[in-house]
Design a protein around this ligand. Structure first.
Ligand code: NAP
Length: 296
């Protein structure tokens, strides 16, 4: 019997575990993939108060070690089901807790076009930080208009020969400061009002075909494509214990409580206004504190 099972080892989940261990609670963190969540992909984090600059990977590693050193149990197992009486069933085991914190974050949004899956690892990547080094002096494209796409373009511009930055609108969603840096890089070519309509290649990705809002098509020869078009939650497995909104995010009554007593929600996976590292760790600390308070 655990006091609390935290599902997800991203910044929200690990922060929950940190607060729970400091309150001496018996805690199990369950993670399907690797720890750190989306922040691992950020080349630089420069908007976290008190830290001038750190890589997303280092931030996640520090947090993971901090939580491990405090004695949290962390297991890499895929959660399949959660029950109202706080049982958690994974691909390998079944666990019981007094409370559960769901902090499963979100996953990379896919373009959902033909061949996308076939070219993953053969030219298509969702993480410039992980795969950028394969494209030394090559031609790559980044798709997206948010901070991730801008960061990816900047990171890749120092590695690749040419970086096409393809965005579906005229205006970028990402910060002006980053956009100014992008515009200053001579090897980043910005292509606006365009979407990727098909992917071509024999064994690996060789060409992408883009279409602008006048329906004009253009073929770009590329060695790699970095897709950075945002994230989507994967919350269907929890739908027996929580309510989901139309986009699949978990609804809360007050930012932390789900509709089931003793099941708390933290981080990007919940319906919220701002999905950032700062708000994820804030959610994690509140969910843990609430679980501790209501358990006693
Ligand atoms: P995002 O802000 O949601 O941006 C996604 C971008 O992809 C948007 O420009 C969107 O276009 C475009 N898009 C969505 N679906 C598309 C589709 N099917 N085809 C083509 N384009 C599509 O996602 P993000 O950039 O991953 O950022 C997520 C959050 O993390 C944000 O809050 C961001 O600020 C934060 N972040 C922070 C840092 C940092 O501080 N170091 C780094 C990265 C991200 P529209 O604009 O037309 O909707």
């Amino acid at each position: 019997m655990y006091d609390v099972i935290v599902i997800g080892a991203g910044p929200a989940g690990l922060t929950s575990a940190l607060y729970l261990r400091r309150a001496n609670k018996k805690v199990l963190v369950l993670e399907a993939k690797t720890y750190g969540g989306q922040i691992v992909k950020a080349n630089k984090v420069e908007n976290y108060p008190g830290i001038i600059s750190i890589s997303g990977y280092d931030f996640a590693k520090n947090l993971y070690e901090q939580v491990k050193n405090l004695g949290a149990e962390i297991k890499f197992e895929t959660v399949l089901k959660v029950t109202e009486d706080k049982k958690v069933i994974t691909s390998q085991n079944q666990y019981q807790a007094k409370a559960i914190i769901i902090a499963t974050g979100s996953e990379n949004r896919k373009l959902n076009i033909e061949n996308e899956e076939d070219f993953v690892g053969k030219g298509i990547s969702y993480c410039s930080n992980c795969d950028g080094h394969f494209y030394q002096d090559k031609i790559v494209a980044v798709n997206g208009g948010g901070n991730t796409a801008l960061d990816d373009a900047l990171y890749l511009a120092d590695i690749a020969k040419t970086v096409y930055l393809i965005h579906r609108r005229e205006e970028f969603r990402g910060e002006d400061k980053r956009l100014a840096e992008v515009k200053n890089k001579p090897n980043i070519k910005i292509i606006l009002n365009s979407t990727i309509v098909s992917l071509k290649g024999q064994d690996c990705l060789e060409e992408i075909i883009i279409k602008d809002n006048q329906d004009n098509k253009q073929t770009l020869k590329v060695d790699g494509l970095f897709i950075a078009i945002g994230q989507e939650p994967k919350n269907e497995i929890f739908s027996n214990v929580v309510d989901l909104n139309e986009k699949g995010y978990i609804k809360t009554t007050d930012g932390v409580h789900s509709k089931t007593e003793g099941i708390y929600i933290a981080g990007d996976t919940r319906e919220k206004y701002l999905r950032q590292l700062t708000t994820a760790v804030s959610d994690g600390s509140i969910a843990a504190t609430m679980a501790i308070k209501e358990m006693n």
